[in-house]
Design a protein around this ligand. Sequence first.
Ligand code: NAD
Length: 271
Amino acid sequence: MAGQLLESTTLGFIGAGQMAEAIARGLDRATVLPASRMFAADVNAARCQVFKSFGVLICDSNIEVVQKANVLILAVKPQNVEKVLVGLKPHFTKEKLVVSIAAGINLSNLQKWAGDARIVRVMPNTPCLVGETAAAMSLGDTATEGDSVLVGAIFAAVGSIHLADEKLLNAVTGLSGSGPAYVYLAIEALADGGVAAGLPRDLSLSLAAQTVLGAAKMVVETKKHPGQLKDEVTSPAGTTIAGLRELEKAGFRSALIEAVVAAARRCEELS
Ligand code: NAD
């Protein structure tokens, strides 16, 4: 289904940084949209080389990307978005769909700067690379139901995507946009704990990462509440409750809650 929908799609990356690379490589790996149907431009030649190395066609300018692709992923840093879009405005027609992944840049500004193009805002995260992104999208005024289906198919091919009201996107950024970094920190700390308890580093890191992956899969696949899953593995006076007690003492829940709220607030400040 996604494959059929994406068969006639050509994807252009305006900005070929880390997030763009995760999307491009993830789609190529998923084999629904090969790198040979992707175009990219970046002011940094080294980034163009990275994209070229896995088969993306490199353009001399952002304008050339707009001319060659029908769906454009706007993947420059938020502070560069206005300048880039205003420069491209004369080249945008109603046939072009711009997918902005820039944190905190709202649909009304994107539309003002992009003129005739249809706009969809998406907040993805880098696990696109391994087919496990958690993303949300909001549609601009002129975006169609078909655009929603198409952008949904692109990101569903590299994970999952939800349609959300635009006013929720700062919170999405604070949770899933920034969230992989919180989990990397947790994995690193769990591995340190394993080393402190006597495990070799490699074994400890592998166990920590697989434990996080397995626990996430349990929540997603069993659809049980995480509190229930926690209770099911916590026996009276056992080892797990001893560990949980330390986490509660150190304010583990509160630290995660405040991290998400602080990142969402920062996103709002930057908007
Ligand atoms: P990045 O710095 O890795 O990539 C940005 C790229 O844009 C760079 O390679 C830079 O050389 C290029 N660039 C700058 N000016 C340009 C121009 N005028 N024309 C063409 N290219 C230009 O940053 P990133 O982390 O990939 O973030 C890109 C966007 O993705 C941001 O707007 C960010 O808010 C959003 N985003 C990032 C993440 C993440 O986890 N990194 C998650 C969600 C959304």
